[in-house]
Design a protein. Structure first.
Lengths: 170, 180
């Protein structure tokens, strides 16, 4: 049997295999946006070559600038001292304002205080502190009593007038 | 390339400090530049922050105990400087952090040092709306190609947490890019 010609009769377009990789990758990335491999930034020409020199200049400038700061240090201390003294004087003036005493409190404030706070004092303790000599009966009772009413009350409720011990007052 | 340990020792010695600092700047300037640039986005602000970062490193090198690697210590300083810079800027302008981000993104189109196309601009918008940690992790992993272990040392976060943050960030960015 006559052998077939083994020469491949098929041909490919020119450059097909060279382009195959790129086409395949393009197809693989279809629908899936590829992130660009470079970011598009560039450096000005010669920038990196001069960087060392630029840093040295900046460094020297920052060192030179530092000198006046130390030489003016004493003035900063002086300014700080003056400011401190001014603050102390102001503070003292502020504190020397007239002292507030009990008389400056409004009566309503005192009443409110007693109403709002539990003093923890018994009736007897309060009675001891009250200046009885300065008190009038009218300070305690709102209804005015006349002598006649008082005598009637005593007649009705007291068996023995002696108990009242009026002797010293006679 | 000079060994990190030797470089640190030289930076701490007054007689070798200046030369060692130049080596330090030359070694790390580009990596730190891109790290800062992707946070603050604008070249001039990046320049300020980068210079301040190196000055801070120089001034504080005596305090570097070697508990972490030098580069992760520097990355940490750069990250803090960049975030502090942004906070200070929004405060100076009297706007919120988010409003500042929006403003910077809007300015990107007119930025001569940004030559991104439409999709790259959209990518920046997508990154801008991410929470701070996700934003940092995405940039460090995707663009700076740092390993999770390295990011973990810089941000002081567990590798597991970082993987979750990165995964979430990628999902959000893809969803954002899909939007019309």
């Amino acid at each position: 049997m006559k052998e077939f010609d083994k020469n491949n009769p098929f041909m490919t377009p020119e450059g097909y295999f060279e382009e195959f990789d790129r086409k395949l990758l393009n197809k693989l990335s279809q629908g899936k946006p590829a992130i660009p491999e470079s970011d598009g930034f560039r450096i000005p020409q010669g920038y990196l070559d001069n960087l060392n020199q630029n840093i040295r200049q900046k460094f020297d400038a920052s060192e030179v600038k530092a000198i006046p700061i130390t030489s003016y240090k004493k003035y900063y201390y002086a300014a700080a001292s003056i400011a401190a003294i001014a603050l102390v004087v102001l503070g003292l003036n502020w504190n020397s304002s007239e002292d507030i005493d009990f008389e400056d409190l409004a009566h309503t404030e005192i009443e409110t205080y007693f109403e709002d706070n539990e003093l923890g004092l018994s009736t007897y303790e309060i009675a001891e502190m009250l200046p009885v000599d300065e008190l009038e009966i009218s300070d305690i009772l709102s209804t005015q009593l006349n002598e006649e009413n008082m005598l009637d009350y005593l007649n009705d409720n007291l068996d023995n007038f002696e108990e009242l011990n009026f002797e010293d007052n006679e | 390339m000079i060994a990190e340990k030797t470089l640190v020792q030289q930076l701490k010695q007054p007689n070798s400090q200046a030369n060692a600092f130049e080596v330090l700047v030359d070694t790390y300037k580009e990596r730190l530049y891109w790290h800062i640039r992707r946070i603050v986005l604008n070249h001039d602000d990046t320049d300020d922050v980068l210079q301040n970062t190196f000055i801070k490193v120089y001034k504080n090198i005596d305090g570097f105990k070697g508990d972490s690697k030098l580069y992760s210590w520097m990355y940490r300083i750069a990250t803090n400087e960049a975030l502090t810079f942004l906070k200070g800027k929004s405060k100076r302008l009297g706007i919120s952090d988010r409003e500042l981000q929006d403003r910077v993104i809007d300015n990107l189109q007119a930025d001569v040092y940004f030559e991104g196309d439409k999709i790259q601009l959209k990518l920046q918008k997508a990154i801008a709306v991410l929470p701070e940690k996700q934003k940092l992790v995405f940039n460090m992993k995707y663009f700076e190609e740092l390993k999770y272990e390295e990011i973990s040392e810089i941000l002081k976060t567990s590798v597991g947490g970082l993987k979750a943050s990165y995964h979430l960030a990628v999902k959000k960015i893809e969803a954002f890019l899909k939007e019309d």
